[in-house]
Design a protein around this ligand. Structure first.
Ligand SMILES: [Zn+2]
Ligand SMILES: [Zn+2]
Ligand SMILES: [Zn+2]
Ligand SMILES: [Zn+2]
Length: 478
């Protein structure tokens, strides 16, 4: 089992305690299934009760922040210790600015641009006052606040029955929301709000079948060809469908690598190992390189028999070396995995850098998702784990002359800022950049939608690995 990419979400109008209890209960049920424990029926009964409770409207709104919602006073009290710090800051802010709701920080909100602006101001104020980055649930509370989708009022709200992902304040606005809210939007939001998102649920696939034309197809079809597993159109309706959907989504990393490899010219000599540096790797990155994913790669490339994967990332544990052997399409294939808890610049000082390809999955060269300049400056002052992407590290990647560098980004804005960071640093170092391949919509992006954590970005819903770019570097000639 591996963790999913997204933090727990749940609906904006639901009781926070009930939603996280439901998530915990699902986890217990899954464990019972795996262990074939006789506790299962009791747990299923409790889960059913919880689901009914989670579906009730949360009528109790915290009086301090006026934003967090609960089903009952007892759940409000139960959540006090965790919610208190952010609540105090929001309460103080309202008192100081003499406003009735944190979202009124800049006066009444009339349009989405203003809403996004206020959200980013609030996030900035909160992280400064709290002296730390916001937690996923705090990001969710501020970044996706409960307001009418039409008039942005925060009073007397009801949510869309289909997805519980948008709200409206009155019957008129409900009609307007429903007109603008396509069935597809509704499904995407339902998938984001699904309690299954809190679970670590993947299915392990052992049998692999057909190769795909990687340049011509996309994740869902390539996954189907490879595994014979068809995923559901309504994956939020039951756990099994959701698990398969999430499993398919997890093939995004390896399939993006396959796509990048088909665009790079090299003479594949089956005896020689393909050496991939996975730079900026974290625990999350490793989820993309499970045995099933590696077999998918071998399935697509008949002439690759040996792969070396070097995971380079400061937060990685010292796992040592692993060797794996697979039989794919009647050919024996081997993988050697090495793990380096180093930044790439440290790595390049110690080791001889000579990979076939450098892969960076969702870097954030500039900041931590918040791309506007003042946020970047603020975040840089903080001791964030993203030190990997400080200049010297990126410079050493760029100095790997002639090696294709592939990276993915979550949104168009992030992709542009990643490229800007690369380009300006390259200029400074007299390196020229050749863009070999650039995809605005990667057909192998993840299929699990995410709410964009960056409030100033114009895309509200994003997907991991949504954008894919392959660049080569060379030393400038005069
Ligand atoms: Zn509750
Ligand atoms: Zn509160
Ligand atoms: Zn309204
Ligand atoms: Zn809906």
């Amino acid at each position: 089992m591996m963790p999913t990419l997204s933090p727990p979400l749940g609906s904006i109008l639901k009781c926070h305690v009930c939603v996280s209890n439901e998530g915990k209960m699902w986890k217990q049920v899954i464990n019972c299934c795996a262990e074939k424990s006789n506790q299962l029926s009791e747990n299923l009964f409790q889960l059913q009760k919880l689901i009914e409770k989670t579906h009730m409207r949360a009528e109790v709104i915290c009086r301090g922040c006026k934003m967090q919602r609960y089903c009952s006073v007892s759940h409000l009290l139960a959540d006090r210790p965790e919610h208190q710090p952010i609540c105090n800051v929001l309460r103080e802010l309202q008192r100081y600015r003499k406003i009735d709701h944190p979202l009124l920080l800049d006066g009444k909100i009339n349009d989405r641009t203003k809403l996004q602006l206020v959200i980013s101001q609030l996030k900035l104020i909160l992280s400064v006052k709290l002296g730390r980055p916001l937690s996923p649930r705090e990001h969710q509370l501020i970044g996706n606040p409960a307001v009418c989708d039409v008039c942005f009022s925060s009073e007397a709200l009801e949510d869309c029955q289909g997805c519980t992902g948008v709200a409206f304040c009155c019957a008129d606005h409900r009609r307007l929301v429903e007109n603008n809210h396509s069935p597809q939007d509704c499904q995407t939001l339902a998938l984001i709000a699904s309690p299954f998102r809190q679970l670590d649920c993947f299915v392990n696939i052992n049998n692999f079948h057909n190769t795909s034309k990687i340049k011509e197809t996309h994740l869902i079809d390539a996954f189907f060809e490879a595994t014979n597993v068809r995923i559901s159109n309504t994956p939020w309706t039951d756990l099994e469908s959701f698990q398969l959907f999430a499993t398919c989504s997890s093939f995004s990393g390896i399939a993006s690598l396959c796509l990048a490899m088909t665009h790079i010219f090299w003479v594949p000599d089956p005896k020689r190992a393909v050496v991939v540096y996975v730079v900026g790797a974290t625990e999350k990155t490793l989820n993309y390189f499970q045995d099933m994913h590696l077999q998918f790669l071998f399935l697509q490339f008949a002439n690759i028999q040996h792969i070396q994967l070097h995971f380079i990332g400061k937060t990685l544990g010292n796992i040592g070396e692993m060797e794996k052997v697979f039989q794919v399409k009647d050919v024996q294939r081997t993988v050697i995995e090495r793990f380096y808890p180093l930044s790439f610049s440290q790595f390049s000082c110690i080791f001889n850098v000579d990979p076939t390809l450098i892969l960076i999955l969702q870097p954030d060269f500039i900041g931590a998702g918040e791309t506007i300049q003042n946020m970047v400056d603020f975040i840089k002052k903080q001791d964030v784990d993203d030190v990997d992407w400080q200049e010297d590290c990126l410079s050493s990647i760029l100095r790997s002359v002639g090696v294709p560098i592939c990276y993915t980004s979550i949104s168009m804005m992030q992709a542009m800022s990643d490229f800007t960071a690369i380009d300006s640093l390259a200029k400074k170092n007299n390196i020229s950049i050749e863009r070999a391949y650039n995809l605005t919509e990667n057909p192998y992006r993840e299929i699990l939608p995410l709410l964009n954590p960056c409030p100033v970005d114009w895309e509200r819903i994003v997907y991991a690995n949504n954008y894919l770019e392959v660049v080569f570097t060379s030393i400038k000639k005069y």
